[in-house]
Design a protein around this ligand. Structure first.
Ligand code: PLP
Length: 359
């Protein structure tokens, strides 16, 4: 089946096959990678290679640490304020959707004040992120946080905000590695792994060196970026299987031509879907065209009483995971790197057939 789930999401078929083949015996060891010590030289070599591959794929400058962390995306919602803000500091957050909102609430536990600089607005062409001109930045925030791709709302800020002097922090959970990105513009980038990288519960955090060593005293040690940087993400036992699988995904991605190639394919996949939805009277997408996500495409049927039939018939055609998030309803096609163009074309054919019989 083609799996359009938002996360945990479809992984590349070739990667899953390789993992299956290596499951019983990794590198001719006779045991699974899950049974190998993280201090074993073969594991350490694999782990270092995975980091190196990620650095290459994202062109991560040398003055950034790459950490393989626990606790998924939400773990980072608390790690960020604990690591680079004090209990009396103000921090700036853009609230562009559901995940920004969760991040804001979490940050409030650790800092003096969370200043929400702005958010989304309803325009005549759909839901849009407010213009940066109207953002109410605070004077000296410890950092500025935003979520470039809101997975649930299907709303994205494609341009990195300009003119912000505080370190930029971005939640890239649902867009990391989907297109080229200038890492040097950021203080911290983080991402839960379960969309474009690997298994859930795992997270990548990329931190500029000058932001290390600032953690609040009561930060839990496994979430302390400085400790994890010093220990090469092995302060405690890392999620070895997730690290291994992520490494396979990085190798796969390099073989596909990296983020430039992926970016072009992802644009094509998204354009196919949005163009069809916009031309149809039966399907609709509520987001302003400039702010549409290229990873998560939410859409509504003209009559939501037909949602159940849509999902059932889609599944019969091998199209799974299309149900929208429980907070917003409707449908959502998540089209991360592992979703081939072919999968989107099959979905489009199905949507056209369904429209013909149900409009
Ligand atoms: N941030 C974004 C943008 C997400 O899409 C998600 C989850 O889907 C999260 C954070 C939370 O990630 P996790 O469930 O790994 O904590």
């Amino acid at each position: 089946p083609f799996n359009f789930s938002a996360g945990p999401a479809m992984l590349p078929a070739e990667v899953m096959q390789q993992a299956q083949e290596e499951f019983r015996s990794w590198r001719n060891s006779g045991i699974s990678v899950m049974e190998v010590s993280h201090r074993d030289p073969a594991f350490m070599q694999m782990a270092a290679q995975a980091e190196q591959d990620l650095r290459e794929l994202m062109a991560i400058p040398a003055n950034y640490q790459v950490l393989f962390m626990h606790g998924g995306g939400r773990g980072q919602f608390s790690a960020v304020p604990q690591n680079i803000a004090g209990p009396d500091d103000t921090v700036d957050y853009l609230n562009s959707g559901i995940w920004s909102d969760f991040a804001i609430r979490e940050a409030g536990k650790y800092v003096g004040r969370v200043n929400v600089v702005g958010g989304t607005e309803q325009t005549s062409r759909g839901k849009a992120i407010q213009s940066p001109v109207s953002w109410k930045l605070s004077e000296k925030p410890a950092y500025f946080h935003y979520c470039p791709n809101e997975t649930v709302d299907g709303i994205a800020l494609h341009d990195i905000p300009e003119g912000i002097s505080a370190p930029l922090v971005a939640d890239l959970s649902s867009t990391i590695l989907s297109e080229p990105l200038d890492v040097s513009r950021f203080g911290i980038i983080y991402a839960g792994a379960q969309k474009n990288i690997g298994p859930s519960g795992f997270a990548i955090a990329i931190i500029r060196d000058d932001l290390l060593g600032r953690a609040q005293g009561n930060t839990s040690t496994i979430m302390d970026y400085s400790v994890q940087a010093r220990e090469r993400s092995m302060y405690n036992t890392p999620n070895t299987f997730a690290w291994y699988l992520s490494g396979l995904v990085f190798t796969w991605l390099k073989g596909k031509g990296g983020v430039h190639t992926m970016g072009a394919i992802n644009r094509e996949k998204a354009a196919l879907l949005y163009d069809y939805i916009d031309a149809s009277d039966y399907y609709s997408n509520p987001v302003h065209p400039d702010f549409r996500s290229r990873m998560n495409v939410p859409f509504l049927l003209a009559d939501d009483r037909q949602d159940g039939a849509f999902l059932q018939q889609a599944e019969k055609r091998g199209l799974v995971g299309l149900k929208g998030h429980r907070f917003v309803g409707g449908m959502r096609a998540s089209i991360y790197n592992a979703m081939p163009l072919e999968g989107v074309k099959v979905l489009l054919d199905f949507m056209k057939d369904f429209e013909k019989t149900h409009a």
